[in-house]
Structures are given as C-alpha cells and as structure tokens.
Design a protein around this ligand. Sequence first.
Ligand code: GDP
Ligand code: MG
Length: 360
Amino acid sequence: MQRLGLVGLANAGKSSLFNALTGAHVPVAAHPFSTVETAVGVAPLPDQRLDALAELSHSVKVVRAGVECVDIAGLVAGASTGEGMGNRFLAGIREVDALVVVVRAFHDDSVSGPDDPLDSLETLELELVLADVASLENQSEKRRKQSRIKRDPNLAAEADAIDAAMVELQAGVPLFRSKLGQEARDRLHNSFLLTDKPVLAVVNIGEDQLEEVDDLVRPVAEHLGGTGEAIGVCVQLEAEAAQLDAGERAELMEGLGLGQGVVPRVARAAFDLLGLRTFLTTGDKESRAWIFRSGALAPECAGVIHSDLQRGFIRAEVIHWDELIELGGWNEAKSAGRLRVEGKDYPVKDGDVLEIRFNV
Ligand SMILES: Nc1nc2c(ncn2[C@@H]2O[C@H](COP(=O)(O)OP(=O)(O)O)[C@@H](O)[C@H]2O)c(=O)[nH]1
Ligand SMILES: [Mg+2]
C-alpha cells in the first residue's frame, strides 16, 4: 500500500492533522517530540459516488477506500546533522511515497515554534535538501567507475542524473520543485532521495484566521509553483470535530462556513498525489471503492478484489458510475446496451463500475 508521511517542524500540528484525517487519538502536546513512536493510520476517502451507488443498489454496507498515513516524529533545524530526532526522522521520511508538509500559521504564545508558514517550509526543505546532498556525495564518481568496469551505460546515465540533481540541490532547490526532467528523476529511484517525493502543503491556520486563509496559503502555493498543492486547514478545529458524531460535526462545520470541513479535501488531494485511482463495485450486499494504480489494466484491477479474479479473468463488464446512476441500475444499463464488455488490455478509469467475469 502507498503511504503518506506527515512532516513538519515540531508543534506545526502534524499529530492533530493525523487525528483529524484518521479519527485516531494520538497524543497532541505543546512540546516538541511528543510523537516519539511513529503512528500509522488510515484516512478514509470521502466519495459521494459511492453514496449514490449505495442508494441505487440498496447496499447494506458501504466500504470506502483509504489512504495510509504516517505521523512522522518532529523535525528541528539541524536534523540532517543529527539534531533532534535526526536520522530517525529522516528514515521515517525515506519510507513514505508522498509528503504532506504541515506548516504553522496559527499564533499561540503558549505553543513554541515558528508561525510563519513560508519560513517553516523553507527550513524543512533545507533539512531535506542537505540530507539528499549528503546521500549523493561521491555517488556519481562511484557510478562512473562501475560503469567503466561493468561496461554498463545505464550506470553512466545514472551518474549524469545524480550530477544534475546535485546542481539543483546545492542551489537549495528540493527535487520536487526543481527543473529536473522525468528521465533524470526516473534514474534517481535507486538513490532513495527525500526531496524526490510529491508534496502537498497544509497551512495550519488558527480559528481567528479563517477569513485570511487565502492570504496565508498564497505564499506557500507560489513557492511550490506548479509542483505541489497548498491547502489551508484549521487543524485543531477539525481534529476536535473528528471526535464528534456526524450530526454535531456537520453543524459545527456548517456554522463556520466550512461545509464538510477541509480535511476530506486533504485526504483526496493526497490520494491523487500518490497517483492512485478508485474503481467501484456495487450490489445489494455492498458498494465499495477499490484502489488501483493509475494506468492499471482490467486483470490487475480484478486482482485488487481477489487474486482468483485476476488469475481466472475472462472479461469485465464496465460502465462509468454516473451513467449507471442515470440509467437507474445494472439491469437497466444492460438492456439499454450500455454495459461495455472489456478485455485484458482495458485500462480501467477512475469512477468505472466493474463486474468481473472469471473462471475458477
Ligand atoms: N491555537 C492553536 N493551537 C494549535 C492548532 N493546531 C495545533 N495546535 C496546538 O499545537 C500544539 C502542537 O500540536 P501537535 O499536533 O502535537 O503538533 P506536532 O508536534 O506537529 O505533532 C498542541 O498543543 C496543539 O493543541 C491551532 O490551529 N490553533
Ligand atoms: Mg506530533
């Protein structure tokens, strides 16, 4: 499963965001390093398509997709040289597939730490950049030497990619917002870099800043350019709301003009960032969202449901969810001739409703 790592300076609100996303109860405290053990949880993905399908099929159960989140222990300036949680922090980041960077905008004198979001983002980027520089040190020479010994041109190309990455990193630019091309990025996979992961920034605002949220988010969004999204969230408010029952939560959020709250949008954006998609199944037992990699073919998607369905895959009957709703049901869609029959080379699309035919 793909994993999302929450990172940020101490007291930025990472554990609070983790709780808001996953509905967990990780200790939240006004001192750094309260998160000693790394917490892992699943954030359910909001999905209105699924609710519509469940209603259509009178499903007993609705099973949402989720994204796995890791609350990574706090970072202080100097982590790349072993300050604070140092290497432990960096190791935590190495293991995730995308980063949610939490930067603080809320003011609270009783909670230590910087509250300038852009400043925090730059501090964080610098630590990650320094760690990447350290791990690439001498690597291109090594690759070049091996390339000569083994007569392997791929190693020389990898060395070139490392050199190109070093130019960016030494100018202080993390790879996620660098000019490095896709081919070079692909060649850096073996180097397990920290700044090579896709990034979503969450600007943690105070309740008193709801009106200025756009002004607080803009500098961070501009800094990331086209390479990453930034979302303003009043994390503490949403973490508290996550502990309420659905009715009370809706009332609180609506009252503040926050609709469903912003956290579901964070979960959705993070999911997209990971390059993940969902297809759907629906019936009277359950309506369910299943996760697949963007670009996966029908048999691989069948395998997400059960390996038998992949092994014995014959064909898939497919219809996009909104067409199915419009037609009023599976049988109606069938008699209208709107169910498509797709074979082994069909690339499944986000929002497809599938029924798999297979041999046991
Ligand atoms: N006033 C205020 N305090 C917050 C907000 N978000 C988090 N905090 C507080 O900041 C402290 C650190 O939060 P925590 O989630 O533990 O941060 P972490 O160190 O990044 O995991 C806690 O005391 C939180 O209650 C907020 O939006 N407003
Ligand atoms: Mg924490």
